[in-house]
Design a protein around this ligand. Structure first.
Ligand SMILES: Cc1cc2nc3c(=O)[nH]c(=O)nc-3n(C[C@H](O)[C@H](O)[C@H](O)COP(=O)(O)OP(=O)(O)OC[C@H]3O[C@@H](n4cnc5c(N)ncnc54)[C@H](O)[C@@H]3O)c2cc1C
Length: 201
């Protein structure tokens, strides 16, 4: 058996086949993990390349708010009774009353990031430092191979999988030099087209 075939727990036993394996832990798969948590007997595993949950690192600008009100959190529009709602997060952090009386229902982006991290830390199905590098399908089972930051390879198996790794950012040609120099945010003097994942306008 090669290192890549070894189960992540190192036990030597054949890896368990989960009902679902998710790749990427941004808000999309995190919402799926939170909703799956309430389904009795459902077994899921979600893999994220980063060492911990982080929503749009480098873009959580002071004072910036979500474009949608708090009810569009990870779960509420599907399951208003979920323990992973934004209101549940506020209650656990003793912030429910201040939030309500402020009457500002568009959440700061930094707080949304913290809310998602709270959910990711509480959900048993979420694994970090797990960069997926291949998915194979044999006899109705998906085998997802991932590596950790030490370079060690692991596999997770599932009857279904959900890839939510987001599109790659696209960069207008005129910014190629800026990008080649390793800049991650546009220079403040730059007034050209906006950069947005998957397209440039
Ligand atoms: C600047 C900006 C502001 C936005 N503001 C809002 C907003 O206010 N409200 C709103 O509703 N939407 C907003 N959006 C839309 C945005 O698409 C969503 O907020 C959200 O981040 C999408 O979630 P996602 O899970 O699809 O992708 P992402 O959040 O991008 O998550 C994808 C994850 O997959 C991981 N990944 C990638 N490849 C691998 C791999 N091989 N193995 C393991 N993990 C991998 C990445 O590390 C990442 O954590 C905004 C987008 C941008 C760019």
């Amino acid at each position: 058996m090669t290192a890549a075939q070894n189960p992540a727990d190192g036990s030597g036993a054949a890896p368990r086949v989960h009902d679902l394996v998710g790749v990427g832990l941004g808000p999309f798969n995190l919402a799926l993990a939170a909703l799956a948590d309430a389904v009795p007997g459902f077994s899921a595993r979600f893999l994220e390349a980063r060492p911990g949950f982080s929503w749009h690192p480098g873009l959580l600008l002071e004072g910036a708010r979500l474009q949608v009100p708090f009810l569009a959190d990870l779960v509420t529009l599907v399951d208003p009774t979920s323990r992973w709602s934004f209101l549940s997060y506020l209650r656990e952090h003793d912030r429910l009353f201040p939030f309500y009386f402020t009457e500002s229902f568009h959440v700061p982006r930094r707080e949304y990031d913290d809310y998602c991290r709270w959910a990711a830390q509480g959900l048993d199905s979420c694994r970090f430092d797990a960069r997926v590098r291949s998915v194979r399908h044999d006899d109705g089972v998906f085998t997802v191979e991932h590596v950790d930051s030490s370079g060690a390879a692991h596999t997770v198996r599932g009857r279904a999988w959900c890839w939510a790794s987001a599109p790659n950012p696209s960069c207008p040609r005129r910014c190629a030099t800026w990008r080649a120099n390793g800049c991650s945010t546009p220079p403040s003097t730059w007034t050209g087209p906006r950069v947005w994942p998957g397209r440039a306008t």
